[in-house]
Design a protein around this ligand. Structure first.
Ligand SMILES: Cc1ncc(COP(=O)(O)O)c(C=O)c1O
Length: 365
């Protein structure tokens, strides 16, 4: 399969069969705090409840299980800040294959420990995933180990795409799916699955604005590397999309938007606080943004209203925002800047023509 060839529904359904009994079908939980702000149902795809704590096991297992016997004997190598590392390590362990994982020196200690715990040989190299990827590619060239790329491979995209099938199975009436995006494997897979079954569903990628490689790459029509990256969302800090994922995002994804670290942090705190508080579904006052401030948003009508029949889903990915070296905070969903505004705009994007160049979201208030 060439970089321009897109993963098909049949590929993703085959991956789903392969993954049956290996990965969990994670819950799609309704989020009352977000629903209250949007005036319509919002669901979180809880991949934080997936084995290894993220969706990454889906792609990693699909890729490794499809290796020939000869390639399996060579072992696998990967580069990751943590989630793909754990996915590859567990998949390799389940399949009885030797794995080596390169992680940046900035990787969170619990992720390093977990990766080792799944049996991988861990090597710390560079400051970013891109640095670790260079080291992993060199290791593959030197030793013959098979590189399990974190996103830029059709089998990875097919595996991640099984998340999209599960979302559609659990919520066939979904109108918009919002996906945390780094290299774009999850976004590509979900878009490939969802657009094949329900082409009217909006699929929107969300990148941290300090590490958003897709906007420029989409505009240029080829992967463009970022000169620098700064974001607390270490799991999605990828400086350059792949050819495979760029082709999927270009052809299948409706929009890619960016969010600030400040808003990622606010959204994280909102979900942590409100989930813990067992928030009820009712609204408080006239609505609010993710940080609790009043927002010019009306649930059932008025300018910018989210129609009730629109059912946005935030695709969860078990992300962990780094909070100082070695410490991490669980982020139960992908990064969302003022979720009300993001989901509202994403839902309304369906009535606009797809833009060539992704647009930057601006603060609601
Ligand atoms: C928790 C989480 N969410 C989203 C992503 C983005 O995945 P992708 O690189 O496939 O876009 C990652 C990548 O590691 C991740 O760990």
């Amino acid at each position: 399969m060439g970089a321009e060839e897109l993963v098909t529904l049949a590929d993703i359904q085959a991956a789903q069969k392969l993954l049956s009994g290996i990965v969990r079908v994670t819950p799609l939980d309704e989020s009352p705090p977000l629903a209250a702000r949007l005036g319509g149902p919002v669901y979180l795809k809880c991949e934080n409840k997936q084995r290894t704590g993220s969706f990454k096991i889906r792609g990693a297992y699909t890729r490794i299980a499809r290796l020939s016997e000869a390639d399996r004997a060579r072992g696998v190598v990967a580069a990751s800040a943590g989630n793909h590392a754990q996915g590859v390590a567990l998949a390799a362990q389940l399949l009885g294959i030797k794995s080596t994982v390169f992680m940046p020196t900035t990787a969170a200690l619990p992720k390093i420990a977990a990766t080792k715990g799944y049996g991988a040989s861990v090597r710390l190299r560079g400051l970013t995933v891109d640095d670790a990827l260079v080291a992993a590619s060199r290791f593959a060239a030197d030793t013959g180990a098979i590189l399990v790329h974190p996103f830029n491979h059709p089998d990875i995209v097919a595996g991640q795409g099984t998340t999209g099938l599960e979302i559609l199975e659990a919520c066939p009436e979904v109108a918009t799916i919002v996906v945390a995006t780094g290299g774009g494997g999850l976004l590509s897979g979900i878009a490939a699955a969802v657009k094949a079954i329900s082409p009217h569903v909006r699929v929107v990628g969300v990148q941290a604005e300090g590490a958003a490689a897709f906007p420029d790459s989409l505009a240029a029509g080829q992967p463009v590397a970022l000169a620098a990256m700064t974001t607390i969302a270490d799991g999605i800090a990828v400086g350059r999309p792949g050819e495979v994922t760029l082709a999927h995002v270009r052809d299948l994804v409706d929009d890619v938007v960016t969010v600030s670290d400040e808003d990622i942090t606010r959204a994280l705190l909102l979900l942590l606080e409100r989930s813990k508080a067992g928030c009820r579904a009712g609204r408080r006052g006239g609505g609010g943004s993710a940080d609790g401030r009043a927002a010019p948003f009306h649930p059932t009508g008025g300018r910018g209203a989210l129609r009730r029949q629109h059912r946005p889903v935030v695709a969860a990915s078990g992300h962990r925002a780094r909070h100082g070296r070695g410490r991490s905070l669980p982020l139960l969903h992908g990064p969302v800047r003022r979720p009300a505004r993001l989901a509202r705009r994403a839902a309304h994007a369906g009535r606009r023509r797809r833009r060539e160049r992704p647009r930057r979201l601006t603060p609601a208030c």
